[in-house]
Structures are given as structure tokens and as C-alpha cells.
Design a binder for this molecule. Structure first.
Ligand code: SF4
Length: 306
């Protein structure tokens, strides 16, 4: 008989994990510990509820994910030597979104948590039709801009054998901690440099973007063994569209390492048992900033009065 291996909740690091920890300790607890195991259909109702709340995405997150998935699909087609009719391709994407939206609106995700679960639906946020239309138009604009990018032409003349579409690797080891950091896309330029790309569909987010790109420089150095001097970090704002090229150096890379060590240390300091990654809810305080609560997935269980 096959033994069923228990999936362990192991500590790992990601940018979103760090963001959630900075936002609110309690939210971080629910997301990374409280909801653990709630994927099982026969999980206790409280646990199942946390797991379903954990999956909620705002409409902006959903739009971003849709654009990223569509770009991945397009790059895979180009890698296979296929061309894409742009407008029908975009129409398909929007049509799929409509289907997902309807599924979310009828609460399908409560039985099938892997399907789209919009925060706006779970919390009955009253949004005018125009807000949804604006979001869908933004997706279309981002995709149209993607296909027109001079950068895309530059990518397509390079050998697709060396493209990283679904990531060369999503996770790597950093001083004993698994790190979930991967650029959206990577390729080797004609000049023999490594280019790592970040597709952005929303507004600018200053420091956060710099930290993210620094993490990509770390990915290049630790996983691929490519030093910062040989890496181009490309931040592509698809809304404008605008490509910003960043360069990194060893000193700034060391600053990123230090920032990561600090982040990992702070998260582990909250654990009841850091070796086994065990957390207790009472050790994770709730934020006092109610504006964070307003858009928090776990508001229904944590601060239902809001
Ligand atoms: S509702 Fe507020 S306090 Fe509770 S987990 Fe969310 S952000 Fe934290």
C-alpha cells in the first residue's frame, strides 16, 4: 500500500509573505498558519472558512494575474514558433474573465476554492458596472501594449531555448531558507547579458519595486551564478507602456541580503517553535490601522464588526 506523505508547513520566504507580515501580524498568521490544511473538503468548518478567505483576490490582483497568464501563454506560443492574432487573442482573454467573474459572483469558490474568488463578491462590495469595465479595459490595454513593445521584438530575435517563461526555478535556497522569488520572464540578450523582466499592470510602488528587483538580482546571483554586473533588471509598466532598466551592484546586493535576513529573523521571532515552524494565534497581534482591515481577506473572522 502506498504511504500518504503528510505535507508539512515549512518555513519559506516570499515577497508577499513579507508584505503580509508588515501589514498585520494576525493577517500573516491566518494566511500562513491558520488556514493550513483547509484545502481538505472535510476540514473543520472554521479551518475551511479561513482557507477560502485566504484565496480571495481583489479585482486589481485578478487583473494582474490575468495579464501575467496571458503573456505567459503568448510567450509559449512564440517559443513554439507560432504567431498569434492579437485582437482575437485579447478577446479570448476577456471572454474567459467574464466566465471567471460569473463563477465568483455565484460563489462557486466556496465548493471549489481553486476557482476565482473575488474579495468584492465575498464581501459584497457595491461596485458600479463601470469599475469592472475599467478593469477589463486596463487588461486589454496592457496586453495590446505588450504586443507592441520594442522589448518584445528584441526578445523574439533571441533564441527561445534560453528563455525562462515558467521560471528556471521558482524556489532557491538562501542561507538555509527556501526563497520563493522568480522574475516573470528571463532571457539572454544579444549582447550576452541576462535580462530579468517584471511585468507591471498597476501604478508605481516605489520602494517595493526596488526591493523586488533587488530580489531578482539575488535570484540571478544565487540560483544562476550570474553577478549583478552582467544582469539587466527590466521593470515594464504595461499601462503606459514604459520600460525602466535598472542595474545592480555587489554592494546593493549585500544590502538586499541583509534586508532578507532581517525579515526572516523577525518572522521567526514570532514563532512558538521556530525549528518546527509552529505558531500560536495569541502571539500575533491585530493591527490598529483599520484601513488595512477594510481590505483584509480575514476581516469576516477577525473583525466582523467592520
Ligand atoms: S482584519 Fe485587520 S486585524 Fe484582522 S487580520 Fe485583517 S488586517 Fe489584521
Amino acid at each position: 500500500m502506498l504511504a500518504v506523505r503528510e505535507i508539512r508547513n515549512e518555513f519559506s520566504w516570499s515577497r508577499s509573505r513579507d508584505g503580509s507580515f508588515q501589514d498585520c501580524r494576525r493577517k500573516y498568521f491566518y494566511h500562513y498558519y491558520g488556514a493550513w490544511g483547509g484545502w481538505a473538503p472535510d476540514a473543520p468548518p472554521d479551518l475551511r472558512r479561513l482557507y477560502i478567505l485566504k484565496q480571495l483576490a481583489s479585482r486589481q490582483m485578478w487583473a494582474g494575474r490575468t495579464v501575467h497568464d496571458a503573456i505567459e501563454m503568448a510567450l509559449n506560443a512564440f517559443a513554439d514558433g507560432r504567431d498569434l492574432p492579437i485582437e482575437p487573442f485579447i478577446r479570448d482573454v476577456v471572454e474567459r474573465m467574464r466566465g471567471e467573474w460569473r463563477g465568483s459572483n455565484t460563489g462557486r469558490y466556496r465548493d471549489e476554492p481553486k476557482t476565482l474568488a473575488l474579495f468584492e463578491h465575498e464581501y459584497a462590495v457595491d461596485l458600479p458596472r463601470e469599475a469592472w469595465q475599467a478593469m477589463s479595459r486596463n487588461v486589454e490595454t496592457c496586453l495590446r501594449n505588450f504586443f507592441r513593445l520594442p522589448l518584445l521584438a528584441r526578445i523574439r530575435v533571441t533564441s527561445s531555448e534560453h528563455w525562462s517563461i515558467e521560471h528556471w526555478s521558482k524556489v532557491f535556497d538562501f542561507e538555509g531558507t527556501p526563497m520563493w522569488i522568480a522574475p516573470d520572464f528571463g532571457f539572454w540578450t544579444e549582447e550576452g547579458r541576462l535580462a530579468l523582466v517584471d511585468w507591471k499592470t498597476g501604478g508605481k510602488n516605489g520602494d517595493g519595486a526596488a526591493f523586488q528587483l533587488g530580489c531578482y538580482a539575488l535570484y540571478a546571483a544565487e540560483l544562476l551564478g550570474v553577478p549583478p554586473a552582467k544582469v539587466d533588471l527590466l521593470e515594464v509598466n504595461l499601462r503606459e507602456p514604459e520600460v525602466t532598466e535598472h542595474r545592480w551592484d555587489d554592494e546593493r546586493l549585500e544590502a538586499i541580503r541583509e534586508q532578507l535576513r532581517l525579515s526572516i529573523r523577525s518572522m521567526k521571532a514570532y514563532l512558538a517553535d521556530p525549528a518546527d515552524n509552529v505558531a500560536r494565534i495569541e502571539d500575533f497581534e491585530r493591527t490598529e490601522e483599520l484601513r488595512i482591515c477594510r481590505w483584509c481577506n480575514f476581516r469576516a473572522v477577525c473583525r466582523p464588526e467592520l
